[in-house]
Design a protein around this ligand. Structure first.
Ligand SMILES: [Zn+2]
Length: 513
């Protein structure tokens, strides 16, 4: 791998990462050197003239040698990633010319560390590295009581994000052109934090779910929390303040109720969001938030849309739609209301189930990201949620990489083609139709009656963790459970499919353990 004399530390890093990828995939050992490229070499070079296709773009020409150019460090890193992905098992590459650039400037994945997850830096490093190599450039950390704050030592479960871990991972991610974005629930959905006895004075009347927006203690607390998050995640240009699931307990205490009598629930909501936005600005961050959806009554539903005229709109709603509908009129709605940007947030559909619902995942991510791109959205933030009840983050990796694929290139080819390329890239397995990968990772069980239970992940997951009495009740209600032999045969088939792929994997085989 040849770099020009005086190449930057970033470009040396890109070259070193490419050498590591090729070593894993081919057993070839490449050295990074300076000088003129010879036939067979890979030349990586930053050029001064911006490429016509914009920031992060690159060009790769495979001829007698491989020539990669970009006008910025991220673009050259992505050129190196593509060369690594194109390299076959013997070290051969097809003769191609590639002009490539991203659909979305902000290509993100939300990683849910709440609800019992622990933060292992080794796993996080691997995740950051793999997703960066697929050209993702942001990972948003969703935490509830999942950060250790110096100013609030009673917060933070064991094994959670600490300032040291966050700093280490932010430094690690920076070299891969990835920013880590913190999210902290600062309106509702806050029981994990507000359950702390020390924070009792911040609770809205009725329970530890929602902050009382009228109490100065709430704002003093959030100010200090934001200050620490900004310190822990120094590269983030954004701060996500949550703001979902507040409607049931909002505006109830005497002080809040008095304000509601004057300005209405919508006025109080707008005041709270505007104060959060001002706090984000004070700490030098752009506010992201979940816009309000259906609530318990009309005046507590779609409050972002209903009260947009009273909201500061230099913040960014991350609109969340997970089920993969055929159209997304919501994007234009927020744009027409004057928000400076709207980010699209589909999901890897993995909520509290052992296996993600991949057909919906694929449809939802591709459809939403294409709709956002068509309307000029600048950010794509695919979410994961609730790895619990036996769900593993690793089971969602295929969906995370699909999010990276669609944020870069909008899923231009079939999902079978994506699965073929994932098999080749991630496992080093030649899987011409993508069938082996599909059968091992996406939908491992057979069609028809024998796989019915395994396709019903809600029921399967409930069964796996239920008390005996509940199992008995579920079995009585579900005729498909009266004979377990077909389901067991489907499980055997699923395991055999995973084992068959694992035996062929030349890298990352542990994912299939
Ligand atoms: Zn209150």
């Amino acid at each position: 791998i040849v770099l020009p004399a005086g190449a930057s530390a970033d470009d040396h890093f890109a070259a070193g990462d490419l050498a590591a990828v090729i070593a894993e995939r081919t057993n070839l050992t490449l050295v990074v050197t300076a000088g003129e490229p010879q036939p067979g070499d890979i030349a990586l070079k930053q050029v001064k003239e911006p490429l016509a296709s914009g920031p992060e773009a690159y060009r790769v020409v495979v001829g007698e040698h491989i020539e990669a150019v970009a006008a910025d460090a991220a673009g050259l890193f992505y050129a190196a990633c593509t060369i690594g992905q194109l390299t076959g098992p013997g070290g051969a590459l097809p003769r191609v010319t590639i002009e490539d650039w991203p659909a979305y400037p902000l290509r993100g994945l939300q990683y849910d560390v709440a609800r019992g997850q622990t933060v292992e830096t080794g796993w996080w490093e691997k995740l950051i590295r793999e997703l960066a190599r697929c050209k993702l450039n942001a990972i948003m950390v969703y935490g509830e009581n999942d950060y250790a704050f110096r100013g609030f030592p009673f917060l933070g479960r064991a094994g959670t994000f600490t300032p040291e871990k966050a700093q280490h991972l932010a430094d690690f991610a920076r070299r891969y052109h990835v920013q880590l974005i913190p999210q902290f629930e600062a309106l509702g959905h806050a029981s994990a934090v507000l359950s702390s006895k020390e924070l009792e004075p911040l609770r809205e009347a009725g329970g530890p779910w929602v902050y009382c927006t009228s109490k100065q203690a709430t704002w003093d607390f959030l100010d200090r929390i934001f200050a620490e998050l900004v310190e822990q995640f120094p590269d983030s240009r954004y701060l996500h303040v949550g703001a979902d699931e507040f409607e049931m307990a909002f505006g109830k205490c005497p002080d809040c109720a008095a304000k509601v009598a004057r300005v209405g629930l919508g006025g109080l909501y707008a005041e709270h969001m505007n104060k959060l936005n001002a706090l984000g600005r004070k700490h030098g961050r752009k506010m992201l938030f979940w816009p309000s959806h259906a609530g318990p009554s009309d005046d507590l539903s779609y409050m972002t849309i209903a009260n947009a005229a009273s909201l500061q709109r230099d913040c960014i709603p991350t609109e969340w739609i997970y089920h993969g509908p055929t159209s997304y009129p919501e994007i234009a709605r927020y744009q027409d209301l004057g928000f400076e940007d709207v980010w699209v947030s589909p999901a890897v559909v993995c909520f509290s189930v052992i296996w993600p619902d991949y057909p919906t995942t694929y449809r939802g991510i591709r459809g939403f990201l294409r709709a956002g791109d068509a309307r000029g959205s600048r950010g794509a933030m695919t979410t994961t949620w609730e790895w619990m009840h036996g769900a593993l983050a690793a089971n969602s990796l295929l969906g995370m990489v699909y999010a990276a694929e669609c944020a870069w290139s909008l899923g231009q080819t079939t999902t079978a083609d994506f699965e073929r390329r994932f098999a080749g890239w991630y496992f080093g397995v030649d899987d011409p139709a993508g069938e082996s990968l599909h059968q091992a990772l996406a939908v491992p069980w057979p069609d028809g009656a024998s796989g019915a239970l395994l396709r019903n992940q809600r029921l399967l997951t409930e069964l796996a963790w239920a008390a005996p009495a509940t199992v008995r009740r579920l079995v009585i209600k579900q005729p498909q459970l009266h004979d377990v032999a077909p389901s067991l045969a489907a499980v055997e088939q699923a395991i055999a499919r995973v084992d068959a792929l694992q035996q062929r994997a030349v890298r990352n085989a542990a994912l299939l353990d």
